[in-house]
Structure formats: C-alpha cells, structure tokens
Design a protein around this ligand. Structure first.
Ligand SMILES: [Zn+2]
Length: 72
C-alpha cells in the first residue's frame, strides 16, 4: 500500500496533483501535503480534495485516477 501526498503547489491549470511515494514527480518535503496510506489512488484523491478544491491524480503513478480535460 503506497503512501500518498498531494502537491501544495498547483500546476499551470490550477490542479494539485496526487502522487504515490516513489513517483519521479513526487513533491519535495516542503511541497508535499501528506495524505496517508491508501490501497487505491481513488481514496487518496478524495483525501486531497479536503485540502484543495482542484485535485487530480498524477498520470504516471495514479493513472487510473488521472482525469483528462478539455478535449471531449
Ligand atoms: Zn506521480
């Protein structure tokens, strides 16, 4: 079960991305809001939504929870 964090720093599109520890894009210590241990990224993203309005799963480590935008 991975430990998840959400980046305190928003991406250019305003989203805060959720990462599992070990991801190449995992935020550094100062920038990481810890979310705890989760079996699935879906509950980690829900936990992140308690901290930030716009959240999304990292497309690398949380691809089942990554939402694409804009093109539909
Ligand atoms: Zn990631």
């Amino acid at each position: 079960m991975p430990y998840y964090s959400v980046s305190r720093k928003a991406e250019a599109d305003g989203e805060h991305l959720v990462h599992a520890r070990g991801c190449a894009h995992y935020p550094n210590e100062l920038n990481a809001q810890g979310l705890g241990w989760h079996v699935y990224c879906s509950t980690a993203v829900k936990a992140a939504a308690e901290f930030f309005l716009q959240v999304n799963g990292c497309e690398v480590c949380c691809w089942p929870c990554h939402k694409e935008h804009g093109h539909s």
